[in-house]
Design a protein around this ligand. Sequence first.
Ligand SMILES: O=C(CO)COP(=O)(O)O
Length: 254
Amino acid sequence: MSNAARKPLIAGNWKMNGLGASAPEFVRIVGAYQGSLKNVVDIMVFPPATLLTSFATSTRGAGVIVGAQDCHPAPSGAHTGDISAEMIADAGGKAVIVGHSERRAEHGETDAIVRAKAEAALRAGLVAVICVGETEEDRDAGKAFEVVERQLEGSVPNAARAKTVVVAYEPVWAIGTGVTPTVEEVAEMHGRIRRALQARFGAEGEGMRILYGGSVKPDNAAELLRAGNVDGALVGGASLKADDFLAIAQAARG
Ligand SMILES: O=C(CO)COP(=O)(O)O
């Protein structure tokens, strides 16, 4: 299956950014999406949980998918400060990011925890965007493929399907640094990820979208998105400005 057989997906991870005053940026994304973009690219926006309901309300009917940046594995309970996948769905969210490297590093999330969170997402009917990626140290030690394949094996649930799971490859050293792997390096890693997904999930693994993330900007998006098995991007900093994010979405038209 070529890249073209999978609808491109451009996802914006706002991380811990955004106040009520940021709503107009999102409204501009929704407005632009309703024009010509809708037929050629899927768009997801992951605002902080505080903005989830208002964003979900303003995208209703427009097709922009709104999601959360994390969820707890349990549906409810005594877990102060956490939110469950069911709560995200209740708030109008349709997707959730799990296993982002910032959560793996800052909150000690292991592959087993990430997998439990992804299973919670599927249980609640959300799309799980499961993040993997090696550190600079891993790459320098020649272990990038091994690390990513191990994360995939440990973090992706057995119930994963093409419509319910998206894999995001985000090399940790490329996040927020302005440094990206070469197009060849991205294609090589995405090819390895594709083969691992096919080996485990057959045709479903062939249909799963694999996003690249890490310093994606309007000026490098087109070449990164052309690489083999790159089905879209998970964008951090550049997703906070509607103009930049929409320029990246336009680049996905091919
Ligand atoms: O972590 C990322 C998206 O989840 C990437 O962040 P940047 O685009 O800011 O490098």
